[in-house]
Design a binder for this molecule. Structure first.
Ligand SMILES: Cc1cc2nc3c(=O)[nH]c(=O)nc-3n(C[C@H](O)[C@H](O)[C@H](O)COP(=O)(O)OP(=O)(O)OC[C@H]3O[C@@H](n4cnc5c(N)ncnc54)[C@H](O)[C@@H]3O)c2cc1C
Length: 512
């Protein structure tokens, strides 16, 4: 859907009058429009889908003035703004819409990182990637790190505002737990820091997403200590090697391990070496300490896994980022490469598990996976516990704390562009999600906001009474998020298919 040129023109004229330049604007007439649109897109299916609305223009902001002008001029021209930092949104909400006309405010050029001289804090602009951040803080000091996600090309903007879980969460919590200040442009184009925005809004953008509240320009974060040497390992077991018993046991012990130990499980179908399909459980892990210490911790905590010295590799924390990203052996400079690596499409869903799944339950899940044909799903199971249990459910908007054993992400990637294949995969994912219902959290069945899933309910909550997704992502924090939204953006300027509705509208649609 292309917008009338007069609206586009009024946006452009307004933008030029405020910034004296149109250099960073790409409309559909510009030959670079498609290249700029695709620059950070990971999930190709949304670019080829005939039902999505593409941006009427893209602004590649290089200054605060560009950001403020984009907000003010979009509003004036009757357009919406979709902010894009790293472009990893699972439902593409940063670069396409399901009908609304909008401008992409792309922040990739706003990516500076300033680490203070004591390595205690850093300011990071939200257009930076996790890889750039990890590199900047740890390249010259192997005892500092930051607790956030595993994929280096993820943008700070979407990731930190949705929570941010990763290998250090059991020791230090989520990325959002370690934010101490922020700079945000609100719906009136004003720049606010923590003091000026107030604690309600500062609370909301740490886990509640920022797409409903404004444009976060930068975050001040607290850096954390890591030992100079950490130890990583993968142990892979299939069904003939007791994978089921090991996963069953892992569920209850992994959230209670020493906080320095992070063992996640990737479960997927594989060939057992004799042309038979099996389930393979990859125990994808690291320990904040040396190999000998790890071996003695494992001997006490999880001897059944049979970890051996030769399974383990000592490395710096920065190198462990490469290990988890699948870049082992490469130079750490690869963390500075922002190019999307996979030319593919994907779909994800998520659950939290509060009660360990029985052996019989796991066997049924494996059976379900083994019966599927050409459905390349991985169940990524990340243990919680440790620091995650100590932080209260309402300390920030991210609510998934004590009482949860682990998170499951169901993740499927495919390379075919055919819509029939895409629809088949999406349909099968929905079946898988339905199948998992008895084994996971309920009332509400919770989900992780950063693993956005449009099947949980579309609609902005203002036009539709369906705000079921709100309780799933945010539990008891949803109402406070809606209250903050009502206070800072009552006209709902910043919105997308799953944005927080202002409280007045929320009240008119639901009983709370
Ligand atoms: C391959 C892959 C691996 C992943 N691994 C992990 C992981 O290990 N741990 C984890 O927790 N998550 C993980 N995620 C999920 C990821 O955290 C989310 O998709 C996150 O929202 C991506 O942020 P982004 O800036 O890259 O995305 P974008 O698509 O740019 O933005 C996501 C959302 O945030 C909004 N937004 C972005 N920047 C701003 C801003 N500056 N101000 C206001 N709103 C903004 C956008 O409008 C959009 O709604 C992964 C995703 C992918 C695709």
């Amino acid at each position: 859907m292309i917008l009338s040129s007069s609206i586009n023109q009024s946006f452009i004229q307004c933008f030029i009058s405020k910034t004296n330049s149109s250099q960073n604007i790409y409309t559909t007439n510009n030959i670079s429009y498609n290249t700029v649109l695709q620059s950070s897109v990971q999930n190709l299916r949304f670019l080829t889908s005939p039902t999505t609305t593409k941006p009427t223009a893209i602004v590649t902001a290089a200054t605060l003035a560009d950001v403020q002008a984009t907000v003010a001029c979009s509003r004036l021209a009757g357009l919406r703004v979709r902010v894009r930092s790293g472009g990893h949104d699972y439902e593409a909400m940063s670069y396409v819409s399901s009908g609304e006309h909008f401008i992409i405010l792309d922040l990739a050029k706003l990516s500076s990182i300033t680490v203070d001289k004591d390595f205690a804090f850093a300011w990071v602009e939200t257009g930076a990637t996790l890889g750039e951040l990890y590199y900047a803080i740890a390249k010259n000091n192997n005892t500092v790190a930051f607790p956030a996600g595993l994929c280096p090309t993820i943008g700070i903007g979407g990731h930190f505002t949705g929570g941010g879980i990763g290998t250090l969460m059991r020791m230090y919590g989520t990325a959002a737990d370690n934010i101490v200040d922020a700079l945000l442009v609100n719906s009136y184009g004003k720049l606010l820091d923590r003091k000026v925005m107030g604690e309600d809004l500062f609370w909301a953008i740490r886990g509640g997403g920022a797409a409903s509240f404004g444009v976060v320009l930068s975050f001040k974060i607290k850096l954390v200590y890591v030992p100079p040497t950490v130890t990583a390992f993968n142990v892979i077991k299939n069904l003939r090697q007791n994978a089921t018993e090991l996963v069953q046991r892992w569920q209850t012990i992994a959230p209670k391990f020493d906080e320095k130990l992070f063992i996640r499980v990737l479960a997927q179908t594989a060939d057992d070496g004799s042309n038979n399909k099996t389930i393979e459980a990859v125990f994808n892990s690291f320990y904040l300490g040396r190999r000998d210490e790890l071996l003695s911790v494992m001997e006490k905590s999880f001897p059944e896994l049979g970890l051996k010295a030769e399974d383990c590799t000592e490395m710096s924390w920065l190198e462990s980022v490469l290990f988890f990203a699948g870049y082992s052996g490469r130079s750490v400079d690869i963390l500075l490469d922002r190019t999307p690596e996979y030319n593919s499409s994907f779909k994800a869903k998520s659950d939290f598990v509060k009660k360990a799944i029985s052996k019989e339950g796991l066997e049924k899940i494996w059976e379900f996976l083994l019966e599927a044909k050409d459905e390349p799903l991985t169940m990524i199971m990340d243990p919680l516990g440790g620091r995650m249990d100590e932080i209260s459910k309402s300390a920030i908007a991210f609510p998934h704390r004590k009482g949860n054993l682990y998170n499951i992400q169901y993740f499927m990637r495919w390379f075919e562009t055919d819509t029939v294949v895409t629809e088949r995969h999406l349909g099968w994912m929905r079946k898988m999600y339905e199948f998992m219902k008895p084994y996971v959290s309920s009332h509400p069945r919770t989900a992780y906001y950063n693993y956005k899933d449009i099947d949980l309910g579309e609609g902005q909550g203002i036009y539709s009474a369906d705000v079921v997704w709100g309780d799933k992502y945010f539990k008891g924090n949803f109402k406070r998020l809606a209250y903050v939204k009502g206070k800072v953006d009552p006209v709902n300027f910043f919105r997308n298919e799953q944005s927080i509705p202002p409280l007045s509208l929320y009240l008119s649609n639901t009983e709370i």
